[in-house]
Structures are given as C-alpha cells and as structure tokens.
Design a protein around this ligand. Structure first.
Ligand SMILES: N[C@@H](CCC(=O)N[C@@H](CS)C(=O)NCC(=O)O)C(=O)O
Length: 262
C-alpha cells in the first residue's frame, strides 16, 4: 500500500485512553501501515459520542475507514485484513485460521472483561493512576483537571463494568488458569509467531493492561504469555503501584516462578 492510498482510506480510530481492545486496533493499523487519526474519548462519555456519530455500537475501539463505520476489535481485524491483506492477521488455511479465531474469541469474550474489571477496581482505590493511562491523550481538557474531577466517572465505570470486590477477587483467582491457557496456545503454535495474528493482538492487549498493575506484573512477565504480550505490543500506557488487597493476590503468588515471588 502506498502512503497516498493509505491516506485515501481516511482512517479515524476512536479510543478511550488505556482501553486494551483500543490498543489492539491501534497495533493492527500500525502493522498494516495504515495512517490514521486517533480520537481520544473520556470513558463513559464515549458511549454517547459514538452513538451520536452513528457507529454500529457504542464501545471503543470504533473505526471509520474508507467511508465505513466499524465497532469492535474483532470486526475491525477482519475488515483491515480485507482492505490491506499484508501482513495477514489470520492464516489462509482453514484449520489454522479456525484455531486463531477460537483463541481470538476467547481473548475477547473470556479474558478482556475481567482485566477491565480489575483495572477499574484498582483505579477506584487510587484515582491518581488515571493520569498515567491518559498520557499523550487529547481529551479536550487538561489531564490534571480530568483526573481531579474523575470520581463520578470512575464510580460509573466501576458500576457499568460490574467491577465490584467479589467479582474482581474471583477474576484474580481465575487469572493463573487463563495465563496457562495462553502459554499452551503458544506451545501449540496457535500464538506467538514472528508476525502477530489477530489472536496474539487481542490477548496481548489484555495481558499488557494487566501488566501495568504492579500487583499483577510479577505473575505474568516471566511467563511465555507475558513475553508474547511485550513482543506483540511493545508500548502500552499506564502504571498502577500496588493497590489491591494482598489476600486477593494469593492465587497469583502461588503461580509465580519462585525467583519473582514476593
Ligand atoms: N469486546 C469489545 C468491546 C470493547 C469494550 O467494551 N470497550 C470498552 C473500553 S475497554 C468500552 O468502550 N467501554 C465503554 C465505556 O468505557 O463507557 C471489543 O473488543 O471491541
């Protein structure tokens, strides 16, 4: 694709700062070499904006490209592969493609929401971390002001995402099993090739977001899953110092390699 044809696609990506599926879409556009404009939206408020712009749904990532409006990381992946086939996000052979699609669906429907819940629960415990997730974002108001006035938005996001303590504690208990599933897919060759596929990018974004939390990073970074995430998505904004109750993290500590256990 030439730069001129890329510009003719007139791609505009709507994101919420720190949103993991938004980073999946961003990385796909980068890998395809498609120039795009990024529009940063405030969490919660994003819903009304996307509805007003007549996207098919009100979540991020949403993408307008070549006159078409798309919502959803998996929909965006398929359309990008259709418009710009190289490098491919899905294998061409039916069997490997089905395996990648299964892992991608699992990344979207099983892994994505728990990581989102864990983050919102952590943010409600320490709202100051919001600044780091919004680094480089253009939200229309100074980041400092956005963070200072974020309490109602954080409470709404926690409620909307059902990120209460009980749910998050259960998510943390399930996380080691999910990481093992990713390690297994890497071992089987479904994930982890040199050129990331759609499932790599879907799953890596959730793991990268989880790794922005100091509470979770040690249980992930030494694993094949963590290495894959760092390789597939080298840049991911945000950092949260330890904030979750230590008792909730016990299941993760047990799954950590001995050298990184705290
Ligand atoms: N699973 C979908 C949904 C994405 C999703 O729920 N995105 C969140 C942000 S990570 C969102 O837009 N939430 C609405 C809000 O924050 O108001 C995808 O992968 O595209």
């Amino acid at each position: 694709m030439t730069v001129a044809s890329g510009q003719a696609l007139n791609a505009k990506l709507y994101v919420v700062p720190g949103s993991h599926p938004s980073v999946t879409a961003r990385r796909m556009l980068e890998l395809k070499g498609i120039p795009y404009k990024r529009v940063d939206l405030m969490p919660v408020i994003s819903r009304g904006v996307l509805r007003g712009l007549r996207f098919p749904s009100n979540t991020v990532p949403s993408l307008s490209i070549a006159g078409t409006k798309l919502t959803g990381s998996r929909t965006i992946a398929r359309e990008l592969d259709r418009i710009v086939p190289e490098p491919p996000l899905y294998p061409s052979e039916p069997e490997p493609r089905a395996a990648v699609e299964e892992a991608e669906l699992w990344g979207d429907e099983t892994l994505q929401a728990p990581v989102r819940r864990i983050l919102w629960n952590a943010i409600q415990r320490n709202r100051a971390v919001l600044r780091s997730y919004a680094e480089g974002a253009r939200l229309g108001i100074p980041i400092g002001l956005a963070v200072k006035t974020a309490a109602p938005m954080v409470a709404a996001a926690r409620r909307m995402n059902k990120a209460g303590d009980q749910a998050v504690r259960a998510d943390l208990a399930a996380l080691p099993g999910w990481v093992q599933r990713v390690d297994d897919w890497i071992h089987e060759g479904v994930l982890g090739a040199d050129s990331p596929n759609a499932a790599d990018l879907q799953i890596a974004a959730s793991l990268r977001l989880a790794m922005t939390l100091d509470d979770l990073r040690p249980a992930l970074e030494a694993r094949a899953a963590g290495e894959l995430a760092l390789r597939a998505i080298p840049d991911f904004p945000g950092h949260a110092p330890p904030v979750l109750p230590p008792a909730w993290l016990e299941p993760l500590r047990q799954s950590e390699p001995a050298s990184s256990a705290r």
